[in-house]
Each structure stands twice: as structure tokens, then as C-alpha cells.
Design a protein around this ligand. Structure first.
Ligand code: PRX
Length: 652
């Protein structure tokens, strides 16, 4: 967010009370949940846990040995049982669990009975391959129902899944498989994206060459073109999903898991080069995810609910799969791009399936704004009754557009703040109670204690900016960084002591106690709601033989929120050319994935650094956002940055 946007945010004084009609039917219509949680936080969370099915009740709600928390100690449960089996005992059994639409327009609906059957089958397949409790399974799939089946099958037998977003490169996939030491990889022959095929099996082939832990690769036939699998099929290692499923029994006993048994690993970027494996466990995660889904989205039995996130991200885990299914809801999955075959696709889907609740990212809303309200206005969006956003700060202008052109001025908007590490929503309006302000995530969810603090960890007065922290443990918090507990402690509990979780975000709290998230204060870039570490991109760049040094920053971008800008110094005697810009961008794509492609690359004779050798990112951001220099063209004068350094050091 640039300073102009931030100033506009601070002046935002529009208020939107819950519409009367909405509030009259809302799951939460008064302050009682907030009051209950304020009186007895652990009691509140225990009451939420009661909504799940436990094979054995917990002995103790919370054990807090800062910074390590354990929730619902002694409790036994199973996530797949909670998402599927228990619904088979009610009318929900024949209800749609997943409504799926493929990019080419193919459709599938799986009832809870169907999904249960598929999950049992695949759980048996995994067991038969020797996967047991605590083993890791990497899932690298497009947005197809089999992704949900694979995740739930893992939870059924107590295996730990690690879903890797389908846009990551072979190298990124390889690093994640190796870090988790996965036994099995589940993938597809390919996936559709804007009419093109992403050759996923081929990417897996490249990745697993260097993965000693991988015994089996299971391949879903999504596309069905022979050419996708004719090379690199390893008999013995590779198996077709449909063949394995054909012979698998349709019942499968569930593993009774301890509340604190690991549920999944999800890799996310931090401020160092290597992505962190965020570890979530069973009981606390499901408790908070189920409760937030019910209350934040005001979920009703008859709703069609659509969260447009990919399962490769935490939002896809918590609010496409686990939260909705734990509540017996109908969750919609769409495989493809929002602008394929045209820019009306999202609205067409909402009209077609009569979607009631729609949850998406601000970046998408800003794209829709740019494409014009002519697209949504062609469709009947009257089924919508609640809208949500997540992933990055939403600028008030985009909020107002969403409110007016998608919500028809009748749908509350829930701006939900949370992170991969928090597992579930942490700050959000409860839509039947909280008056919203465009651009504010409003209040912490009941049972969550947040604060804005200064450098010393003291709470700042209303209106002042500072660091966003969480003051006490919450059920769905990450438990550790996979294989690296020290990193867990230093990253999240190093800055303000072991009691206080540091989010990495800057924020402001206003006079009404509402939170306004400003964005990351660490070296993490948020591109279209996706987290990328500056160091990851820098390592990818310096991996290129011509690059000597690289500095990467996030600059504000009208649609993506932030875009990646790289400053590169080349090895002695090398000159930057437009061709080299393209080559370096492609190099980053190959190393990390398309989501990390730098928007622009500048060549510099030297990078601006402090005397202690630290790169002055703030200065680079000024350059990239045109503040110090006005418009910069692709190839900036190599002397410019050096001159800037001189200017800076003379002022220091
Ligand atoms: O900077 C915050 C931003 O996204 C970061 C977390 O990214 P990730 O772990 O990928 O999870 C994204 C989806 C939960 C946060 O540190 N962020 C997320 N939600 C919001 C947000 N920034 C402002 N407003 C939000 N509602």
C-alpha cells in the first residue's frame, strides 16, 4: 500500500450496519459470543469443540508452555469422520458436498455419501501402499474433486498431507517433497488453465528424480491425452488413480487421532530463502475452522457456498474443504481461470449454481473493477447474501465496488484477516452484528486477543500504527515449523517474547477498536494474495550464471496489490539487455514458479546498502514506485542507484 492509499484509509469514515433482513436471520445477532469469550476464553473454545464429534473427550482445554501450545489434550477425533461419516447419520447424507465445475465446462456433484465412498476407497489405496499414521503424502493436483478426496483420505488414516500449489515449479515441488520426506505423491496428468494444459505429471517426473523418499506416484487422469504420460512413466512407481480405485473397498475404518497429532504441513514463504513447513494439528485446527466457517459466513444448511481459493493455499484447506465439510455444507469448487472463456465466468457460475456466499481475494475484485461492471451486470447475482475477502488489504474503493456491483448493496462483506500460520480466521466482522468500515477487518473473532504494539512491545494508542501481534494462544495456531522448532520460536516468538505471537504485519487500531491491516513489515511480498519471500526470488536470480547480486522488493501495484521488482548487478564485464531481462524472469519461473515472476528487472552497477552492508530496500521501493526518480524505464541508468547510495549515505 503506498502512502496515498494509506492516508485515504485513515480518513475512511463510511459505516455499514448489518442489513436488517440479514441480521434478523443471522447465526449470530448479538454480542453474546464476544461476551462469552471475554468472560472465559477457554470455555468458549471448549464450547466450539463440542460441535465436533470426539471419540474421546479431552481432559484439558489448553496447555500453554510458551511458545508451545497444546489444545484439547487427551481428546481423540478424526477429521474425515467429522467432515463425512457423522453427516451420513442425518439428512445431509444425500446433500451435495462438492459441486465442481471444470474449466472446459464439465460438471460433477458429489453427495456426502459419494464423497465418503471415494475417500474410503482412496484411504484404502494409500494404506495398501504402506502409508500409515504420521507418514507424509504430497498432493500436487489441480482444483478437481480428487484433491479433496486425497486430502480427506490422508486424514482418515492419520497420514500428514502436504499440498503443493499446482503453479509451483519442479524445483519448488522437489524441495517441499524432500523437506517433508513424503512417501507418496498424488498428481494428475495435467490441469486446465486458460485453455492451456499444465503438464503436472511431467513436473512431478522432474521433481522426484531427486526425491529418495518417494515410493509411489499416483496419477489422476484429468486431461486424458496420451502425450502427457507417454514419457517418464515408471512402472512400479507410477499408478493410475482410477485403476487403483476400481479395486479398492468402499469402507475404511478411521484412525482415532490424538487432538495434537499432526494433520497437515503447508509450506509458506518467510523472510529467509527457504519456505517454512507450517504444521497444523487435528483438534484445535478443526475446532476453529469449523466455528469460524459457521459464524463468519453465517452458514445455513441450504446455502451454496463458494470460496474461490486454490487448495494449494491455506484458504483452500480451511475454507474450501475442512470448514464447509465439517459443517455439512455444500462447497463449490471451480478448476480454472476467472477470465476463461470470458470475463463473466465467475458471475456465470454464481448465477448457474445460485451461490449464496462468495469468498475471494481483493486482487480478483480489482481485476473485475478494471474489466468493468458490464460483466457482472449481465448475470443474475440475486442469490448472493454474503461476500468475503481475504489475502491482502482491500482498498476502500474495491470494497465499495464489491458492495455495490456484486453485493447489490444488500450483502454484508466480511474482510477476514488471517495467515497460513493462524490456520483459521482471526479478525473479521461477524456479519449479523458488526458494523463494517470499508478497508477494515474490524474486530478479532471471539476468543482471539490481538494488539498493535511498538518496537518495545507496548500497545500503542488508538490511531497509531505498529506491529500486529496475538497476545494469547488460539486453537488453530501452527504448532511448529516442520523439522525446525528453533525457526518456529525465532520467527514468531522471537520479537516480543515467548508469550506474544508476531504476525509480520503492520496495523492500526482506531478509536472504535477496529483493526486496519497495513501489510507486511518483513521481507515478504504479497502478490495477488500470494506470499513470496524476497530472499527466495533473490536466490533464484543469483543462481543465474550472469548475476552477481540481486535485491528484490514489493512495489505497490493497482491490481495485484504488490508486484515483484528486482534490482540486479551483473558479473564483471556483463551488460544488461532486454533479452537478459526476459531470460532472468524465465529463470525465476523455472526455479520457483510463475507466481514469482518479477514484474520488472533493473540493472544497476551496485545496490544501495548501509555501511553495515544491508541493502536499503526502502530506497529501492522508492525507486520502483517512482518516488525518487519519477518514471523509470526498463533499463535504468546503472549509475542512478549508485548515486542514490551516495545521497543516502551523506544524509545518514
Ligand atoms: O499480510 C497479511 C495478508 O496475508 C498474509 C498471510 O498470507 P498467507 O499466509 O498466504 O494467508 C493468506 C490467506 C489467509 C498476512 O500476513 N492478509 C491476509 N488477509 C488479509 C491480509 N491483509 C489484509 N487484510 C486481510 N483481510
Amino acid at each position: 500500500m503506498d502512502s496515498k492509499q494509506f492516508a485515504a484509509l485513515l480518513n475512511e469514515d463510511r459505516r455499514f450496519p448489518p442489513p436488517a433482513e440479514f441480521a434478523a436471520r443471522a447465526n449470530v445477532a448479538d454480542e453474546s459470543l464476544y461476551e462469552q469469550a471475554a468472560r472465559d476464553r477457554e470455555g468458549f473454545w471448549a464450547a466450539q469443540a463440542e460441535r465436533l464429534h470426539w471419540f474421546r473427550r479431552w481432559d484439558k482445554v489448553l496447555e500453554w508452555n510458551p511458545p508451545f501450545a497444546q489444545w484439547f489434550l487427551g481428546g481423540k477425533l478424526n477429521v474425515a469422520y467429522n467432515c463425512l461419516d457423522r453427516h451420513l447419520q442425518t439428512h445431509t447424507r444425500t446433500k451435495a458436498a462438492i459441486i465442481w465445475e471444470g474449466e472446459p465446462g464439465d460438471e460433477r456433484v458429489l453427495t456426502y455419501l459419494d464423497l465418503h465412498r471415494e475417500v474410503c476407497r482412496f484411504a484404502n489405496v494409500l494404506r495398501q501402499m504402506g502409508v500409515g499414521k504420521g507418514d507424509r503424502v504430497t498432493i500436487y493436483l489441480p482444483m478437481i474433486p480428487e484433491a479433496a478426496v486425497a486430502m480427506l483420505a490422508c486424514t482418515r488414516i492419520g497420514a500428514i498431507h502436504s499440498v503443493v500449489f499446482g503453479g509451483f515449479s519442479a524445483e519448488s515441488l522437489r524441495d517441499r517433497i524432500n523437506d517433508s520426506r513424503s512417501k507418496v505423491v498424488v498428481t494428475a496428468d495435467g490441469g486446465w488453465r486458460r485453455g492451456n494444459i499444465i503438464r503436472m505429471k511431467q513436473i512431478v517426473n522432474e521433481a522426484v528424480v531427486d526425491c529418495a523418499s518417494v515410493e509411489k506416484v499416483i496419477v489422476v487422469k484429468r486431461i486424458g491425452h496420451e502425450s502427457l504420460v507417454e514419457h517418464g512413466w515408471h512402472p512400479g512407481r507410477d499408478h493410475w488413480y482410477h485403476t487403483l480405485m476400481r479395486n479398492a473397498p468402499v469402507t475404511c475404518p478411521v484412525e482415532e487421532m490424538d487432538a495434537e497429532d499432526p494433520l497437515f504441513i503447508l509450506y509458506t514463504s518467510g523472510s529467509t530463502g527457504k519456505p517454512k513447513g507450517v504444521l497444523h494439528t487435528t483438534g484445535g485446527y478443526l475446532t476453529q475452522v469449523a466455528a469460524t466457517t459457521k459464524y463468519v459466513f453465517d452458514l445455513k444448511d441450504e446455502d451454496v457456498y463458494w470460496c474461490s481459493a486454490d487448495i494449494g493455499w491455506i484458504t483452500g484447506h480451511s475454507y474450501v474443504i475442512y470448514g464447509p465439510l465439517a459443517n455439512g455444507a455444500t462447497t463449490l469448487m471451480y478448476e480454472g481461470a476467472p477470465d476463461y472463456p470470458d470475463r463473466g465466468r465467475i458471475w456465470e457460475i454464481i448465477q448457474k449454481y445460485r451461490v449464496n456466499i462468495f469468498y475471494t481475494a481483493p486482487t480478483l475484485i480489482r481485476s473485475f473493477m478494471r474489466w468493468g461492471e458490464g460483466w457482472p451486470s449481465k448475470y443474475d447475482l440475486s442469490s448472493l447474501r454474503l461476500l468475503g475477502t481475504v489475502g491482502e488489504p482491500i482498498n476502500p474503493e474495491a470494497w465499495m465496488w464489491y458492495h455495490k456491483h456484486i453485493g447489490g448493496e444488500r450483502c454484508p462483506i466480511v474482510d477476514t484477516w488471517w495467515q497460513t500460520e493462524t490456520g483459521a480466521i482471526m479478525a473479521t466482522p461477524l456479519p449479523g452484528v458488526v458494523h463494517t468500515k470499508p478497508g477494515s477487518t474490524t474486530r478479532p473473532f471471539p476468543g482471539i486477543e490481538m494488539a498493535v504494539v511498538n518496537e518495545e512491545g507496548q500497545e500503542v494508542p488508538p490511531g497509531a500504527g505498529g506491529y500486529l501481534v496475538v497476545k494469547s494462544p488460539w486453537p488453530s495456531m501452527l504448532r511448529t515449523v516442520w523439522g525446525d522448532p528453533d525457526r518456529y520460536v525465532s520467527t514468531y516468538f522471537g520479537r516480543f517474547g515467548h508469550q506474544v505471537y508476531f504476525t509480520g504485519d503492520g496495523a492500526k487500531r482506531d478509536e472504535d477498536g477496529y483493526y486496519w491491516i497495513i501489510g507486511r513489515v518483513d521481507d515478504v511480498i504479497n502478490v495477488s494474495g500470494h506470499r513470496i519471500g524476497t530472499m527466495e526470488v533473490e536466490s533464484a536470480l543469483v543462481d543465474h550464471p550472469l548475476v552477481a547480486e540481486a535485491a528484490v522488493i514489493g512495489r505497490s501495484h493497482a491490481v495485484k496489490g504488490q508486484a515483484i521488482t528486482a534490482f540486479v548487478t551483473l558479473k564483471e564485464g556483463r551488460r544488461g539487455t532486454p533479452d537478459l531481462v526476459d531470460e532472468l524472469k524465465q529463470h525465476v519461473v523455472t526455479k520457483i514458479g510463475a507466481l514469482a515472476r518479477p514484474e520488472e528487472i533493473y540493472f544497476a552497477a551496485d545496490l544501495p546498502k548501509t555501511r553495515s552492508g544491508k541493502i536499503m530496500r526502502r530506497l529501492l521501493r522508492d525507486i520502483a514506485e517512482g518516488r525518487a526518480l519519477g518514471d523509470t524505464t526498463t533499463l535504468a541508468d546503472p549509475n542512478v542507484v549508485a548515486q542514490l547510495r551516495q545521497q543516502y549515505e551523506s544524509q545518514e
